[in-house]
Write a protein that binds this ligand. Sequence first.
Ligand SMILES: Nc1nc2c(c(=O)[nH]1)N[C@H]1C(S)=C(S)[C@@H](COP(=O)(O)OP(=O)(O)OC[C@H]3O[C@@H](n4cnc5c(N)ncnc54)[C@H](O)[C@@H]3O)O[C@H]1N2
Ligand code: MOO
Ligand SMILES: [Mg+2]
Length: 408
Amino acid sequence: MNPVGKPGKQGALMPVEQALARLLAMAEAAPIVERERLPLAATEGRVLAEALVSSLDLPPWPNSAMDGYALRVEDWKGEPLPVSQRIFAGQSPEPLQPGTCARIFTGAPVPAGADCVEMQENTQVQDDQRVRFTEPLKVGQNIRPQGQETTIGEQVLAAGTRLGPIEQGLAASLGCAELEVLRRVRVAVLSTGDELVEPGRPLGPGQIYNSNRVLLCSWLKRLGCEVLDAGILPDDLPATRQRLAELGDVDLILSTGGVSVGEADFLGIALREAGELALWKLAIKPGKPLTFGHFRGVPVIGLPGNPASTLVTFALLARPYLLRRQGVQQVQPLSFQVPAGFVWPRPGNRREYLRGRLENGRAIIYRNQSSGVLRSAAWAEGLVEVLEGRTLEEGDVVNFIPLSEVLD
Ligand SMILES: Nc1nc2c(c(=O)[nH]1)N[C@H]1C(S)=C(S)[C@@H](COP(=O)(O)OP(=O)(O)OC[C@H]3O[C@@H](n4cnc5c(N)ncnc54)[C@H](O)[C@@H]3O)O[C@H]1N2
Ligand code: MOO
Ligand SMILES: [Mg+2]
């Protein structure tokens, strides 16, 4: 049952669902609970700490959905009705005089005594300014009743809701100037690898530029996290231990590289020796050596260093973990089924997440699916999921996960 193998051993691969379920359970066991009260405009991307309960009826009073005339349907007997008042949005009308109608505009309160609004296009105004109604009238028509959207005391948003423009707009419509949100998740980002050089510096022999660092830091910020950029860590066991210990005051250490079985892969070893390793080696491609554990009680996710592996495992595993730490329930990206526009002749023992896009309603994939090729993801619109053990003919149905679903 325990999937965690020893370095160098080809242990059993853990299915992706099982790994995700374990990660989410561990996230739930370490929830972020500290809160802060923020001005509404500053809550974008944050998570509600408590349910948002309406303190008013919305709309607060019946109001007109149209520009036209308010009347009591019973009063219309075929004889034109005189106009007894004009009501604009923002005004407070008098009760409607029996036997009359009121000129009314969209959003204006419907006067007491009126039970119908007719749009002006279905009326004729006589020379004497009385109004004739040209279509049948119905009680309630074009009136937005009090509390139609929300009534006092109703829960409008649940705790754990991520706040975006729509939720902020909804909170504003209820008059909330501030919201109680969870504090940001603090994530330390570590790039491991002796070969890494930051962009802007010359490349020496054997060196490559560090792309994972900016990719993850930007992505985490979009997810509302507080990012501690912990720079590059050399491939060295004592240095790895020391750096992990230094990064204590965070909710998560997120590193890339150094999790496979090479002689310069030290993250997993440091966790095994001085920490605790909970997950290692998943049936996912790219991303097999994904590592999860704790170092002195601090959760550590070690994403595989290949840039496309970093991207896929962050999207499908680390992102849900981070969101669930904040109590977010909807952590899995929405996806849909499309016919494959490619052939997949050889079944794999890992679930593949191919970088693909849609063309004429079919999923096509980037020509080079190497986990080192980040360009595949820049070209792609989504991840095409190919299950373990499957082959595909053109037209077979595959699951497509839009990248836009995981980027924030
Ligand atoms: N004998 C085996 N070798 C490997 C296996 C295996 O099962 N047996 N698994 C392979 C798989 S799958 C993956 S994925 C990689 C993962 O390796 P690590 O996570 O240990 O990462 P590194 O070895 O440190 O680096 C891999 C690759 O990625 C480049 N890299 C690393 N960090 C960055 C960065 N910040 N920016 C850009 N590129 C980065 C690095 O230079 C390597 O090319 O292991 C396979 N090996
Ligand atoms: O699983 Mo690795 O990410 O194939 O390259
Ligand atoms: Mg390695």
